[in-house]
Design a protein around this ligand. Structure first.
Ligand SMILES: [Zn+2]
Length: 215
């Protein structure tokens, strides 16, 4: 699997170019801006971008979606539970004093268990709410596009509108921490990591596990 990361925008959001090197089918994950650069990366890797996968509808993860769709004609995927968050894009922009993005059109509203093919790769939709109400991860084999859930040495925050800490702890411990230790996690911010590495050393993960054990 081809995977390249580009850090974009005021929140240093990770936009990814992924693809199947055999069939040359590619996708963007959470294109938060700098779309021309992302498409340049895809072109150099000989990938045709046919899909845009979005983990959740926060401003920094969707800023470049409309432009990327316009330039590629790609099919856009967003979880059903993020409809309201997407509709509130203008409000998100106002809150942060940032420019309002062009509202992206969503072609396919995904739900838990859906499968998305990119060439010979298959990504499963895993619902992991808490950072935002309908947040999903996209998992293919041992590669997870995890959005703002598990990060190297950190986890997604739950204090933004629509966030819920208890929901986050449940979805996080019951889903993400059940993935094999050598699952490579490609988060929405910061470097990639593995589930095993974070399970052993990430203070937020250790705290969540301790909380679950106390219940
Ligand atoms: Zn977010």
């Amino acid at each position: 699997m081809f995977l390249a990361k580009l850090v974009v925008g005021p929140f240093a959001e990770n936009s990814y170019v992924i693809g199947d090197e055999k069939t040359h089918e590619g996708a963007l994950v959470d294109p938060g801006g700098d779309v021309e650069h992302l498409l340049e990366i895809a072109k150099r890797a000989k990938l045709k971008i046919g899909k845009i996968l979005i983990t959740h509808a926060h401003w920094d993860h969707v800023f470049g979606v409309a432009e990327a769709k316009r330039l590629t004609g790609a099919e856009t995927f967003l979880p059903k539970g993020e409809k309201k968050m997407l509709a509130a894009l203008d409000r998100q922009s106002e809150m942060m004093g940032l420019p309002a993005p062009e509202m992206p059109a969503i072609d396919t509203w995904v739900a838990e268990g859906d499968a998305i093919r990119i060439g010979d790769l298959e990504f499963r939709v895993i619902l992991v709410p808490g950072h935002s109400p309908g947040h999903v991860a996209y998992l293919s084999g041992l590669d997870a596009m995890s959005g703002d859930t598990l990060m190297a040495g950190s986890v997604g925050r739950t204090d933004l509108p629509g966030g819920d800490f208890d929901v986050f702890v449940d979805s996080f411990t019951e889903k993400i921490l059940k993935w094999p230790d050598d699952t490579r996690v490609h988060p929405g911010h910061g470097p990639s990591t593995t589930v095993g590495e974070e399970r052993d050393s990430n203070p937020f993960v250790l705290e969540m596990l301790a909380m679950r054990a106390r219940r």
